[in-house]
Design a protein around this ligand. Structure first.
Ligand code: 6PG
Length: 239
């Protein structure tokens, strides 16, 4: 595991972009699972502004690690956020974008997306193995849409699961732990002071908290896990 800490979002985004480019340099095409949340939004704005042309978007295939069960035009939709902040601004073929259909019945959509992943993503040991999964971490230690209250979903036999947001009751479709830990590269993009306590526990005492926080269960078999943090999220790490 590697930890990179930055004093501003632009440097974090720059470093992550260099990381992505290294993965892309080694392969003809890459499969990338995106997350929702505020840090990816800043990354997408940064790409739309600075990397329209020096990343070959034709070779990047986008999927999602999780989606809220709302229509693609809803302001809560992770796809909608990505469309508005990135996909409308770079030249990328529609066929490269595989959204989770939040408007569908959740269980049926989890199944449809699992089948799609088996067809579109290379497999390791029969399990879809993304070249890169981008994760966020919630203040409560959730990742993708696996929340502490439903941590058992992490070890589902399925590739995709239906989760329920603990406060709003909103349904979500999420990758399971099996798919997350089979990715070739997994990164966390985590910023802000509200994340500091969980960052400290999850990075500093992973084993002790891995039955409590889904984010602590992220341990890709490939060994390639990088945390991209800002100073605020990292502030308790050395304390
Ligand atoms: C989602 C997510 C979720 C997110 C974290 C962090 O759709 O809600 O994919 O797992 O990444 O909640 O979100 P922030 O970056 O906004 O704190």
């Amino acid at each position: 595991m590697e930890i990179r800490v930055f004093d501003n979002l632009t440097s974090l985004n720059e470093s992550f972009t260099a990381y992505l480019k290294e993965i892309l340099a080694d392969r003809e095409r890459i499969t990338v699972a995106l997350s929702g949340g505020s840090t990816p939004k800043s990354l997408f704005d940064y790409w739309a502004k600075n990397h329209k042309n020096d990343i070959d978007w034709n070779r990047v295939f986008f999927f999602w690690g999780d989606e809220r069960c709302v229509p693609p035009t809803d302001e809560q939709s992770n796809y909608n956020m990505t469309r508005g902040h990135l996909l409308n601004h770079v030249v990328i073929p529609e066929r490269n974008v595989f959204r989770i259909k939040g408007e569908n019945e959740p269980a049926a959509e989890a199944e449809r997306y699992s089948t799609l992943l088996q067809m579109e993503v290379d497999k390791t040991d029969g399990i879809p193995s993304f070249d890169l999964i981008i994760l966020g971490m919630g203040d409560d230690g959730h990742t993708a849409s696996i929340f502490p209250q439903e941590i058992e979903l992490w070890k589902s036999e399925s590739f995709c699961v239906v989760a329920t947001h603990p406060e709003t009751g909103q349904k979500r479709v999420s990758l399971s732990g099996k798919v997350i830990n089979h990715a070739q590269h997994v990164v966390f993009l985590v910023t802000g002071t509200t994340k500091a306590e969980k960052v400290k526990k999850i990075i500093g005492s992973r084993k002790e908290v891995k039955s409590i926080y889904p984010a602590a269960k992220v341990k890709p078999i490939s060994g390639n896990l990088v945390w991209f943090l800002d100073e605020e999220a990292a502030k308790l790490l050395k304390a």
